[in-house]
Write a new protein. Structure first.
Length: 76
């Protein structure tokens, strides 16, 4: 009698043959942290009278508040 393995292929070899190697992918794109001119949504606590001051002038109060903050820190 000839000694031959019970299985012609080992279980490990059969399992590896089922799975193909993962395709090579390009490295992830690194985006800049800040996009010039982009706005960021934040939650901000300010005094009610300050909020009313900017809102009483109508729509665009957020832009006016942003402009006032930029002026106060010397950006504009």
């Amino acid at each position: 009698m000839v000694d031959r393995p019970r299985r012609p292929v080992s279980a490990v070899d059969a399992a590896e043959a089922v799975f193909k190697p993962a395709p090579k992918v390009a490295p992830p794109v690194v985006l800049p942290r800040a996009i010039p001119g982009a706005k960021e949504l934040v939650s901000l606590r300010i005094d009610q009278d300050v909020l009313e001051h900017f809102q009483e002038q109508g729509p665009g109060w957020q832009d006016r508040l942003n402009a006032a903050l930029r002026k106060a820190i010397g950006f504009d």
